[in-house]
Design a protein around this ligand. Structure first.
Ligand code: HGY
Ligand code: MN
Ligand code: MN
Length: 423
């Protein structure tokens, strides 16, 4: 007899278990990047848990793990539940992983009750959502949605390993990536549970939120190029130093975004001076820009404004500059019908449903190209995320699992293909 478990609480415990080696690449912090041995170990254990929960588990051609729990009739269209299993460097244990583990808990509750639905339920662990190893993110959900470009295989990680080489090392055929795409009708809806990664729910004393839309985001790489030189012998007025130029441009991004609307934010998460020696004036400085807003036009206006300032700074300082767009994710509204159903499930717990947008990107924004989506937010302590201090409570995880189970039953009670009209 399988050990007793409390739905949702076990999901949290499993995230904690996967927060350390061998499910992390680094001892003492959580680093689980796409197609690494830590990713492989996570999928092995997850496959075991999926099968224990009554699913069949398979790795698809994109490095995802997919569990399937059949409905009343075999090969029925499926509700997909899941999130990503990769992490940022020194990340938290619940970002992504909690949505996967909650999906397994929900299916196990169905299986233990001997419940079969008018549709199948699939649980997916997307291998790459963060883009913490390769420059572009969401490669795995794009593959499932059928929107990935084979050219992604040319991307290289910080060690110069191409995605194609990483696929081969993971026993995946890089030429079969597009076979991970799901056929139209195979998946009729997607539910992603995820920590809020922001302070709103906690500030309002709420455990759960229902996501209305996911903000549009752009990722760009900027390179200022000057002339490398000796730090001791080159007079300040004779330098072509890209360092101060990058500093000016980063302040410009902060100024442009600070005065914005529609939740406009801009972040520089990575700055590299090359060659990177104490006593060498850098020849070039690279830095990343991540610009987001709930409205794509607001995001784009900010990118245009900061691009103009970057070019003016380069001209004034006699430097070269290049700006490369690495990723462009459109704003993604959640499906009104599914969202209304999710709201009813939250309200049934006695908590007033709270609708809110997501500033964080999620696989749901990509899966929206495949099927209607809904997202459930779970309160996280201090709104902290992308940080080892990320924390959730067992009670909130148990409530989330209960809501997800109720959502599944509500979906089963109505036509198994949810309407996309507002509910
Ligand atoms: O960047 C994001 O918003 C997500 O955590 N990948
Ligand atoms: Mn994240
Ligand atoms: Mn995430």
């Amino acid at each position: 007899m399988a050990e007793a478990y409390e739905i949702g609480v076990r999901a949290k415990t499993r995230c904690d278990l996967m927060g350390v080696e061998p499910y992390s690449e680094v001892d003492g912090m959580l680093v689980r990047r796409f197609l690494t041995p830590a990713h492989d170990e996570a999928l092995k254990t997850l496959a075991f848990w999926m099968e224990e929960a009554g699913m069949t588990a398979r790795r698809d051609h994109a490095g995802n793990l997919v569990g399937r729990y059949e409905g009343e009739t075999p090969n029925a269209p499926a509700l997909l539940i899941g999130s990503h299993i990769d992490s940022v460097r020194n990340g938290g244990r619940y970002d992504g992983a909690l949505g996967v583990m909650l999906g397994v808990d929900v299916v196990e509750a169905l299986a233990r009750a001997g419940r079969r639905l008018p549709f199948a339920v699939e649980v997916i662990a997307f291998g790459d959502e963060e883009g913490s190893r390769f420059p572009a993110s969401m490669t795995c959900s794009r593959a499932v949605a059928g929107t990935v470009k084979p050219s992604v295989m040319e991307m290289t990680d910080g060690d110069g390993v191409s995605l194609a080489e990483a696929f081969a090392a993971f026993a995946l055929d890089p030429t079969r990536l597009e076979e991970a795409a799901r056929k139209p009708g195979e998946i009729f809806a997607f539910l992603e549970a995820h920590i809020e990664q922001g302070p709103v729910l906690e500030a309002e004393g709420l455990a759960l939120g229902v996501v209305t839309a996911i903000a549009a985001q752009k990722r760009l790489m900027v390179r200022f190029t000057g002339t490398a030189g000796h730090a001791g012998t080159t007079p300040m007025n004779l330098r072509k130093d890209p360092g101060p130029a990058a500093a000016e441009a980063i302040l410009a991004l902060e100024r442009i975004c600070s005065g914005g609307q529609d939740g406009l934010v801009g972040t520089v998460g990575r700055i590299t001076a090359l060659p990177g020696a104490f006593n060498v004036i850098p020849g070039a400085v690279d830095y990343s820009m991540d610009v987001r807003a709930e409205v794509a036009a607001t995001r784009d206006a900010a990118v245009e404004a900061v691009t103009a300032e970057i070019q003016a700074i380069a001209a004034r300082r006699g430097l070269e500059v290049s700006i490369t767009l690495m990723q462009d994710l459109a704003a993604s509204p959640c499906d009104p019908g599914l969202t209304a159903l999710l709201e009813k499930a939250v309200a049934a717990t006695g908590q007033a449903p709270r609708r809110l947008p997501s500033g964080a990107g999620h696989d749901a924004m990509v899966i929206a190209d495949l099927c209607p989506t809904a997202m459930l937010f779970i309160r996280c302590e201090g709104g902290i995320s992308h940080n080892p201090r990320e924390a959730v409570t067992e009670a909130d995880c148990a409530l989330a699992a209960k809501v997800m189970l109720d959502f599944v039953e509500r979906l089963a009670a109505q036509n198994p293909r949810p309407s996309t009209s507002s509910g």
